[in-house]
Design a protein around this ligand. Sequence first.
Ligand SMILES: Nc1nc2c(ncn2[C@@H]2O[C@H](COP(=O)(O)OP(=O)(O)O)[C@@H](O)[C@H]2O)c(=O)[nH]1
Ligand SMILES: [Mg+2]
Length: 232
Amino acid sequence: MHQTFDAALEINLLHANQEGADRNRDRFDEWDITCLNVMSSPGAGKTVLLEQTLAALNQDVKIAIIEGDMTTELDADRLRKYDIPVIAINTGRSCHLDSRMVAGGIHSLEHQYDPSLFDLVFVENVGNLVCPAEFEVGEHAKVALLSVTEGEDKPLKYPVMFREADCLLITKIDLAPYLDIDIQRIETNVRQINPHVNIIPLSAKTGSGMEMWFNWVISQLKTSNKSLLVEV
Ligand SMILES: Nc1nc2c(ncn2[C@@H]2O[C@H](COP(=O)(O)OP(=O)(O)O)[C@@H](O)[C@H]2O)c(=O)[nH]1
Ligand SMILES: [Mg+2]
């Protein structure tokens, strides 16, 4: 009995969230903004990735960030150093951003800036490999990170995240020589769940693979400027 009630509640919750996500996406579309939802377990390298992406693309692409964190603004403060709008959202006890919270972020952005000036909004989701994958926020594409320190089996154990991802970044590959990890095995496990996902192994520390990532980001822009593509 309880289970039926819980299942119905969950369906309603996800349905309401989806409606909110569609409204958020309509807003982004109105302003020709591409929104990318960046997700991973805590510590996989989301904020470092965004810092380096800002350093590389900020001159040519107008970027804003919606930064989700349970309690602090530590990541938001790291990203504010790049002199771009960073809207911090504290989710409290919730382990993911939902579309209502991101609608609040869009509202703040709209209130403080002219949103039509922006090309790209990154959402850094709360560090969690499960819940964020189930709650769309109005993104145009989902980016999942899996660091080599997390193990080859994670795509099989947390399939929703890896099924939903449009782009999978295998991060911290500079650490692979020190670990008992087979990057090819990670790729094979991901492809079992999501055969056509774009997979980019990279290291924010050595820079390896970063240009492929920047090119993928540029390819997602509505106002795509091919001259920004980097030769790899
Ligand atoms: N060795 C190595 N460390 C990294 C790399 N990317 C991130 N880190 C480190 O991983 C830790 C967590 O990174 P952070 O970006 O805060 O992860 P987040 O919690 O997913 O936002 C930090 O100590 C980073 O310096 C990488 O490519 N190589
Ligand atoms: Mg972070």
